[in-house]
Write a protein that binds this ligand. Structure first.
Ligand code: PRP
Length: 211
């Protein structure tokens, strides 16, 4: 039995589709209501918020997890990142009000983000000394309201940026859903983990070929 933590929300449906293609009967999750734990053959699926998926996997409460690279980059932690699952594709981008220069000038800069660790690393790598303001959601508001010169946020379709008069200055990192595994489970449940990994990897390859 593998206990798999799955990120609720945006990547949930794609993750379930992938597990279904691997042969798992995920119908209990489809009929979920407000339940959070499901028995799907030899998989126990736990639905959790992205950051908590990492916490449960890191602590070994769950053997494995499916979570976006955005949360992995922000939160870090001690676990194995085994597979790029090929869905949930988007990117971290530095964005600002269209037509405004971010890199020019010597004035004090402020960047708003939900991902302060990602922002700090990126801006340090660029040698830019600037203030980072943590925002909880709708980060696009920060430059519009004059709180920040730019944002570092997730861009998927680009619609939110466009509709709010913002544009990408630079891509920070590519993001997609990943399979992560607890380090002890990798040893103790090696056969089961390897089996899940192979099943998922085969489907990922098939999906990539049909695109
Ligand atoms: C994310 C992100 C952007 C938007 C990007 O927000 O923070 O706002 O999606 O998607 P797009 O490029 O397809 O428009 P989310 O929907 O998670 O909401 P939040 O900002 O309230 O956290």
């Amino acid at each position: 039995m593998i206990k798999l933590a799955l990120t609720k929300g945006r990547i949930e449906q794609k993750a379930l589709q992938l597990l279904e293609k691997c042969g798992y009967d995920i119908s209990p999750v489809r009929e979920k209501g407000r339940k959070l734990v499901f028995h799907c053959g030899n998989l126990q699926i736990v639905l959790a918020k992205a950051a908590d998926v990492i916490t449960y996997v890191e602590h070994g409460t769950c053997d494995a997890g499916i979570v976006g690279r955005d949360t992995i980059m922000e939160q870090g932690g001690n676990f194995y990142e085994l597979l790029d699952l090929g869905f949930g594709k988007c990117s971290f981008a530095l964005a600002g009000l269209a037509g405004e220069e971010f890199y020019s000038g010597y004035g004090h800069k402020t960047v708003a983000t939900k991902y302060p660790n990602v922002a700090k690393r990126f801006l340090q790598s660029k040698g830019i000394d600037c203030e980072i303001v943590k925002i909880e959601g709708s980060v696009e508001l920060a430059p519009i309201l004059g709180l920040a010169d730019a944002i570092i946020d997730i861009v998927e379709t680009g619609d939110t940026l466009r509709e709010n008069g913002l544009s990408v200055i630079e891509t920070v990192a590519d993001i997609s859903a990943r399979l992560i595994v607890n380090t002890a489970a990798m040893k103790l449940k090696n056969q089961e983990i390897e089996q899940l990994l192979n099943q998922l990897a085969n489907e990922v390859v098939k999906n990539a070929q049909t695109i």
